[in-house]
Design a protein around this ligand. Structure first.
Ligand SMILES: C[S@@+](CC[C@H](N)C(=O)[O-])C[C@H]1O[C@@H](n2cnc3c(N)ncnc32)[C@H](O)[C@@H]1O
Ligand code: SF4
Length: 408
């Protein structure tokens, strides 16, 4: 996750004359855990990594099992729980789980499609005291409904956002960008302003589940660049106007490098300091500061690695599974310098981006350390001089799916 607003605010302080002294680099006590508590969903979105649908998925963790995992997560120092799905509001015990997490002091977020937030349950949602509710909005009305494959979904989700706002709940819009909806980003940012939404999260497409099957629709590099520039400009203008909205991106750590280029053009005198700050961030943190537990209790390096299990919380505590670097993928992800290949290995900005998103490389080649095809920076921008053909995103076909992870 890349917090644009955080770095923009730091830049603003530098512009105002703050001392260019780097803050100490703090390692969080444990990873942020994104927990898919249920796989059932009332929608069947085109890009859904969990391949959710409106049916039962047997073998999901019971309330008691969830509670005992929460105890382990607390003991391990996990600071943040993002309760997700499927559609988490379809779990009858979602408020019991959420309240327990809140009471135990976790920063607790709810990741929902928003269609099931109604006048009837908004009181219970507010009562939990979620630190944040993120609602997915993937375009303006028809685009969203097409993407999320249900007519009327946009109006229901926007109603959910409004109900949260009216109850004083911090709410954000989450937008996954593809060629289907990128053209509506300006309108979505306007909508955010009109609806007084606190946060905008732009997620780049990751190649998992239906998102992998539809990877041919991934945003072209120029389209991603254009979107990022718009987000940077919007965020900076907000800060100048004294507005406190947050802008965050996910699934493409080249965004950190691209922000540095944005700064280089406008504030070259602050480039060295900002580069050092972005290097402290260090880019992709799957398997390190981000973890995933799926609906069956399997642990993964992040939400997009459901084809790769590290262990199951029914058999071994999460805290043990997470620290076990006997697993070759985890050993590579936790390495000081990830063993990436291709142009990622040669990139002069590796210290900022950390080699970007490994799932896309794996889905295309079977090798998790190959270069990330969705890096939208040119060879020239990353200091690669020898011209070579880039890894191309070939459309998904059953014949090309990697059956296992290959460590070469
Ligand atoms: C799996 S959903 C679960 C929560 C809820 N059902 C929803 O749609 O918001 C969590 C978030 O992941 C996003 N997402 C799903 N598949 C994705 C993919 N392949 N790449 C990037 N983001 C994805 C969704 O758009 C949503 O914002
Ligand atoms: S992205 Fe969310 S709303 Fe869409 S099918 Fe998946 S779980 Fe359901």
């Amino acid at each position: 996750m890349f917090r644009i607003s955080q770095y923009m605010r730091e830049l603003e302080k530098q512009v105002q004359g703050a001392d260019a002294i780097l803050p100490p680099h703090c390692q969080p006590p444990g990873p942020v855990v994104i927990w898919n508590l249920i796989r059932r969903c009332n929608l069947t979105c085109k890009h859904c990594y969990s391949i959710s649908a409106d049916r039962d998925f047997p073998g999901e963790l019971s309330t008691e099992e969830v509670f005992s995992v929460i105890d382990d997560l607390k003991g391990f120092g996990v600071p943040v729980l993002i309760l997700s799905g499927g559609e988490p509001l379809l779990r009858p015990d979602i408020f019991d789980i959420s309240k327990r997490a809140q009471a135990m002091g976790f920063y607790t977020g709810l990741s929902t499609n928003g269609t099931l937030i109604t006048d009837e349950n908004i009181g219970r949602i507010a009562e939990v005291g979620y630190d944040y509710v993120g609602v997915s909005i993937d375009g303006i009305r028809d685009t969203h409904d097409h993407f999320r494959r249900r007519k009327g979904a946009f109006d229901e989700s926007m109603n959910g956002i409004r109900l949260c706002r009216e109850d004083g709940i911090k709410v954000g819009m989450r937008f996954t960008i593809t060629m289907d909806n990128a053209h509506e980003l300006p309108q979505l940012l306007e909508l955010m302003e009109r609806e007084s939404v606190d946060k905008f999260y732009l997620s780049h497409l990751n190649y998992a589940g239906r998102g992998n099957r539809n990877r041919k629709d991934d945003a072209h590099h120029q389209v991603s660049r254009h979107a990022m520039k718009l987000l940077f400009d919007t965020c900076w203008n907000d800060i100048q106007a004294g507005r406190h909205r947050e802008y965050v991106t996910g699934n493409n750590d080249a965004d950190g490098v691209y922000l540095l280029f944005w700064i280089a053009e406008r504030f070259p005198e602050h480039l060295d300091y900002m580069r050092a700050r972005l290097e402290q961030w260090g880019g992709n943190s799957s398997g390190v500061n981000v973890a995933n537990i799926d609906n069956l209790g399997n642990v993964h390096p992040d939400t997009f690695w459901w084809d790769y299990n590290l262990g199951n919380v029914r058999e071994r505590p999460f805290s043990e599974i997470w620290q076990d670097t006997g697993d070759p993928l985890m050993a590579g992800l936790k390495a000081r310098h990830r063993p990436v290949k291709g142009r990622c290995a040669e990139c002069s900005h590796f210290a900022i981006c950390g080699g970007n998103t490994r799932v896309r490389a794996w889905q295309l080649t079977g090798d998790p350390w190959q270069e990330d095809p969705a890096c939208y920076l040119s060879d020239e921008e990353i200091g690669v001089t020898e011209s070579r053909e880039r890894l191309r995103v070939v459309p998904y076909s059953r014949r090309t799916i990697p059956t296992k992870v290959v460590f070469k």
